[in-house]
Design a protein around this ligand. Structure first.
Ligand code: PMV
Length: 333
């Protein structure tokens, strides 16, 4: 095969990943657990090109230099695995509306890992595909997996991958407060937290315990415990980030208002639990049958969207077509 197309979706962590113990291999300091979503898909076509260099277009336009470098570095790794040297054209479309505040690196590198490995003729087991995606962006290893995914921290490259874990049905209510790109990338912010936050060691050791408890709660189908642990993990991650120097603070007043709303809902018997990644937007975890009621309660606190559990990365038959250059009106036919 010389061309392949794959689709993947973002995931939201219930037990967060924050900090690497090996930046080169992208090995996390602790394990994590997430839900792959059924919305905001990334579709990516990788076509071997025989050109001098790799090319990358995103939503029909040439990607930035930084984005292209990251994709090229990832393709280098795939070529190493495949024993190949040919360059490729990569074309991606991303359905996360600009301003949704959903990081696209997880769906992006999950789709790229699958499309590129297929285009270069690698037939990878799900576990190895997850390991490959991890090298693009840590959280991408979880987007290979459908629905609930547990990412084992592992002890080396071979043992750090995500796999499915059974649990109860859940929905998420995404409250977008601000969709602008974050000022400090998660990679940089992780480095700063590791280097300067006195709470970082506590974050790592407590996360191993949280993850074990979360896995047990998933196995028992205990939604309430899953929700409680979700908030604990998010707030501990933000506490360790906020204790960095200079401090990093992603949560805004409007974000805290959504955490308050979740607390209020619970006092009234409506179970919703809040989490937030490296940005101001908040995601509420709830039972699918409560999603509409939860969404109604946060209407007005941000842009609200209900999502469910979604599929893992998959090959698809609809390639992302190259965009024809616009006809130059100045040149006669
Ligand atoms: O894999 P990255 O660099 O996108 O880091 C993801 C970090 C968080 O989204 C904040 C937490 C997580 O586990 O997804």
């Amino acid at each position: 095969m010389t061309a392949a197309t794959a689709r993947a979706h973002p995931n939201i962590a219930l037990v967060k990943y924050w900090g690497k113990r090996d930046e080169q291999l992208m090995l996390p300091a602790a394990g994590s657990l997430s839900l792959t979503l059924d919305a905001f898909a990334t579709t990516t076509t990788v076509e071997l090109s025989g050109e001098e260099r790799d090319a990358f277009t995103l939503n029909g336009a040439a990607a930035t230099e930084g984005q292209t470098e990251r994709v090229t570095a990832f393709l280098e790794l795939v070529r190493q695995w495949a024993g190949a040297s040919e360059h490729a054209a990569v074309r991606s479309t991303n359905l996360a509306p600009t301003g949704a505040g959903l990081a696209s690196s997880a769906s992006g590198f999950a789709a790229l890992a699958l499309a590129a490995s297929a285009a270069y003729g690698l037939e990878l087991e799900p576990r190895d595909l997850s390991r490959l995606a991890r090298r693009g962006s840590g959280s991408a290893c979880r987007s290979i997996v459908p629905e609930l995914a547990i990412w084992h921290a592992g002890i080396d490259d071979a043992s750090s991958f995500a796999e499915p874990i059974a649990g109860p049905a859940m929905a998420m209510v995404i409250v977008t407060i601000d969709g602008s790109t974050k000022a400090v990338s998660s990679r940089e912010a992780m480095r700063r937290t590791i280097a300067t936050s006195p709470y970082y060691p506590g974050w790592v050791s407590s996360t191993e315990r949280t993850l074990a408890e979360m896995a047990a709660a998933c196995g028992a189908g205990d939604f309430t415990r899953i929700g409680e642990l979700t908030e604990v993990s998010a707030l501990r991650m933000h506490a360790s980030i906020q204790a960095a120097e200079p401090p990093l603070r992603y949560l805004r007043a409007a974000s805290v208002a959504v955490f308050d709303a979740a607390e209020q809902m619970r006092t009234e018997g409506l179970e919703a639990y809040a989490t937030a990644d490296a940005g101001p937007n908040v995601v509420l975890v709830c039972r699918p049958e409560d999603a509409a009621a939860v969404a109604a309660r946060v209407e007005g606190l941000g842009q609200v969207r209900v999502v469910g559990a979604g599929p893992g990365a998959a090959l698809v038959e609809e390639p992302v077509e190259p965009v024809e250059p616009a006809p130059d009106a100045g040149v006669p036919a």
